[in-house]
Design a protein around this ligand. Structure first.
Ligand SMILES: NC(=O)c1ccc[n+]([C@@H]2O[C@H](COP(=O)([O-])OP(=O)(O)OC[C@H]3O[C@@H](n4cnc5c(N)ncnc54)[C@H](OP(=O)(O)O)[C@@H]3O)[C@@H](O)[C@H]2O)c1
Length: 307
């Protein structure tokens, strides 16, 4: 199986490069100059025509698209770029897959929903994104479904890892600097480690009966739910236990309106994972175990700088 991985330097992409390697011959794509590495190609999703040419040359049987414009607040002021990368480039991928029969595995987000539910969001619930990022990701989903190529759209949430830009690493940096912090406590979701997303993706690919016939949207998140405040509290407790932080800062819960952001976030964005269990017999563990594992990884890799 010839697999093309896009976004290999991102949180999920980095983990995918390891998880899917045993499934076939893997070509890794990232932005920037990759000429020094024979298994890497340079792909900039801003350049839609170059993207098409690269796809024609590589003729992948599976495309894993972990590349995305993920700067949620910045997207509010940069709608064109967010749409180009999260929707128009995805449309190019989907059309290519439609014409060649390749499978497109694409990641999407809890931010396609408006957060108004009082139970976990199911795959068929109506999306109503609150901001540009969510709208651009939803447009990417729609482009895939309209192309009607073989596809898996995996919606996940609150992604973090030992590397990359994420809430856990920001909390560790701020927690080391500050005695006192305030974190939003009225947004609920499921923090999901990038490594679990990648492992589940590899399992799904291995268990897919007929990859060229699949057309599915699945929710793929850690089990359980927590607020950003609860997530931060757990990060600090475990980081102190692991010796990553020398003390736990005082952490006060605040409502979202006391921490205004450029983009509005959904209040309740937990996703229902029942379909993933029924279809592929996959259940990700509770979010708290993920925090423990990622902090253990960080404690064992003290050279990973916090950003
Ligand atoms: N992060 C979250 O909390 C979250 C939540 C729900 C869903 N998701 C979805 O999960 C997927 C993976 O997210 P992630 O957290 O791994 O994202 P990430 O760490 O921000 O990585 C995104 C990757 O996309 C690449 N990229 C951005 N613009 C590009 C362009 N023009 N051309 C080529 N590559 C480009 C980036 O390249 P550089 O390394 O060069 O910048 C980066 O490697 C995305 O589809 C995202 O929407 C994420």
């Amino acid at each position: 199986m010839r697999i093309l991985l896009l976004g290999a330097n991102g949180q999920v992409g980095f983990e995918l490069a390891r998880s899917v390697a045993p499934l076939g011959s893997l070509v890794i794509a990232a932005r920037g100059d990759c000429s020094a590495q024979s298994d890497r190609v340079s792909v900039d999703l801003n350049d839609l025509s170059a993207l098409g040419t690269t796809l024609q040359r590589l003729r992948p049987e599976v495309i894993l698209n972990a590349a995305a414009y993920t700067a949620v607040d910045q997207a509010e002021d940069d709608q064109d770029t967010a749409m180009r990368i999260n929707a128009h480039a995805v449309e190019v991928l989907a059309n290519h897959c439609d014409s060649t029969g390749a499978l497109l595995v694409h990641y999407s987000t809890d931010y396609v929903f408006d957060g108004s539910a009082s139970r976990p969001w199911r795959e068929d619930d109506s999306p109503a994104p609150l901001g540009v990022y969510g709208r651009s990701k939803l447009a990417g989903e729609i482009a895939i479904r309209e192309a009607d190529c073989a596809h898996l759209i995996l919606r996940t949430s609150w992604v973090y890892a030992a590397r990359g830009q994420n809430f856990l690493r920001t909390m560790l940096r701020l927690g080391a600097e500050r005695e006192h912090m305030r974190v939003v406590s009225d947004q609920m979701g499921a923090p999901t480690p990038a490594r679990w997303i990648a492992s589940a993706t590899a399992l799904i690919l291995a268990r897919l009966g007929k990859p060229h016939a699949v057309r599915e949207t699945l929710h793929l998140t850690a089990a359980g739910e927590v607020s950003w405040h609860g997530f931060a509290q757990r990060i600090f407790e475990l980081a102190a236990e692991q010796g990553i932080l020398s003390r736990i800062p005082q952490l006060d819960p605040i409502p979202s309106d006391q921490y205004p952001t450029r983009a509005k976030r959904p209040a309740y964005s937990r996703l229902d994972n029942a379909r993933l269990r029924e279809r592929f017999d996959i259940v990700l563990p509770d979010w708290g175990l993920g925090v423990q594992q990622v902090l253990q990884e960080l404690a064992g890799s003290p050279r990973l700088p916090l950003c």
